[in-house]
Design a protein around this ligand. Structure first.
Ligand code: LLP
Length: 410
């Protein structure tokens, strides 16, 4: 985590709640991954859904990363930020015809994971270039809600449907340049990467598409959230992945690119949410520390039961006490941590919620009519970007300006 004195001064300067991201941490994770997966044709596509802060994305663009986009909005945004369209891959699920046409006309490669969409794509644009998403039949991830392989998910084409895929591809003369799978977020077991790779490689061998350029193994590289959680040995895993891919290329007699789409790995650890405690109270046995943020601004604990470390920046040496760290939203589930031992919290203390760089701001909302926090990006010990918080009147204006009264026959 960033030095405490910087965080304390940013909170003074900009107020709380405030997301702070350290660009150096993100870039370091990016070079780590490149160092671990020792393959000359490795391409990283950052999963933009994890964090769409423009300054962070610009750093990743300058570091040579591409983008994994999941909606036409994300595609348009990435193009606008200057990512080359060849460096963007569009993986939607359940897309509409309008969304399909919009992205098709932007020239970004589409990754299709449903037979029905593949047929419609072929019928609309015979000969088009596509990537095909398969369900690797490997179940892994840090939460059932974000596991995307196996029988319980909606994602990807089943491995056993390969003959049908081949027939659609032939019928419409589709140009298949890529094969894709994504097992889940926060993959726990290194073996799952290998099993999923094996599954996709068997599809490549079986289909032998003449235009194949890359295999994309999605995201899912896990980072530790709990203090005692061990970091996966990515040096060994990365080397194993590269070896497996090289062996496959040899057998396949072609050189291909190997793609990954990390989200959490690149950005989770670069961010913190700073929130100030304004109210302390005791509810019989429980100590409640009430803050100026809430679950719409960082929903992972409520949605996934996720653990985020919390630091009391104002009183790091304080005597330990057990707290429920809550937000300011009108629901009991509005807790960042339950029964968490922390150095004594006093009203006015500044807390930092760690690992807030992935799937926190980007999953946020304005429930209870509170605008999302401001975002500050630092790099090399300097503030390089600041995105201010919407004021209450802007938030209200946005709602009212888009609403009109009408009296129209239906
Ligand atoms: N590629 C595809 C096709 C994906 O669906 C995802 C994540 C990724 C890559 C990136 O996965 P990552 O490397 O970040 O694990 N909101 C959840 C995570 C949802 C992930 C959705 N898809 C959370 O906060 O844990």
């Amino acid at each position: 985590m960033m030095q405490e004195k910087y965080l304390l001064s940013l909170a003074e300067r900009f107020g709380t709640p405030l997301f702070v991201y350290d660009g150096d941490v993100m870039l370091e994770r990016c070079s780590d991954l490149r160092r671990f997966i020792t393959h000359p044709r490795l391409q990283l596509h950052y999963a933009l859904k994890a964090n769409f802060n423009p300054a962070l994305l610009t750093l990743l663009k300058e570091a040579g990363c591409g983008i994994d986009a999941v909606s036409p909005g994300e595609v348009e945004y990435a193009l606008k930020l200057g990512f080359a369209r060849e460096k963007i891959i569009y993986t939607a699920n359940n897309m509409t015809d309008t969304e399909f046409e919009k992205v098709f006309s932007s020239g970004v490669v589409m990754n299709i994971g449903e037979l029905s969409r593949l047929r419609k794509a072929g019928a609309a644009h015979p000969g088009m270039t596509v990537c095909l998403r398969f369900n690797p039949d490997v179940v892994d991830g840090d939460n059932a809600k974000t596991m995307t392989g196996g029988e319980l998910t909606k994602f990807g084409i089943l491995l056993e449907d390969i003959d049908e895929v081949l027939s659609i591809v032939r019928r419409y003369g589709l140009k298949v340049t890529g094969l894709h799978e994504h097992t889940g977020s926060g993959i726990q077991k290194p073996e799952s990467f290998h099993a999923a790779m094996k599954a996709l490689m068997s599809v490549a061998t079986r289909s032998n598409f003449p235009d194949l350029e890359f295999l994309d193994f999605g995201g899912g590289f896990k980072v530790p959230y709990k203090p005692d959680e061990k970091r996966i040995d990515y040096v060994t895993l990365g080397a194993g992945i590269a070896d497996r891919f090289r062996a496959f290329e040899k057998e396949y007699s072609r050189e291909l690119a190997i793609k990954f789409e990390p989200g959490k790995f690149l950005s989770a650890e670069c961010g913190v949410l700073l929130t100030r405690v304004n109210t302390l109270k005791r509810n019989r046995k429980r100590f409640i520390a009430g803050t100026d943020s809430g679950f719409p601004q960082l929903i992972r604990p409520l949605l996934y039961g996720a653990y985020h470390q919390i630091f009391n920046l104002s009183n790091p040496e304080g005597k330990e006490e057990v707290y429920d760290v809550c937000g300011n939203i009108c629901e009991t589930g509005d807790r960042f941590a339950e029964q968490r031992p922390l150095p004594e919290i006093r009203e006015g203390d500044l807390l930092a919620i760690a690992n807030a760089g992935a799937y926190c701001y980007s999953m946020g909302g304005i429930y209870n009519m509170r605008a999302m926090p401001a975002e500050a990006v630092v790099k090399g010990g300097r503030l390089i970007s600041f995105r201010r918080r919407e004021s209450d009147s802007e938030l209200i204006g946005n709602i009212l300006d888009h609403t009109e009264s009408c009296d129209t026959a239906l």
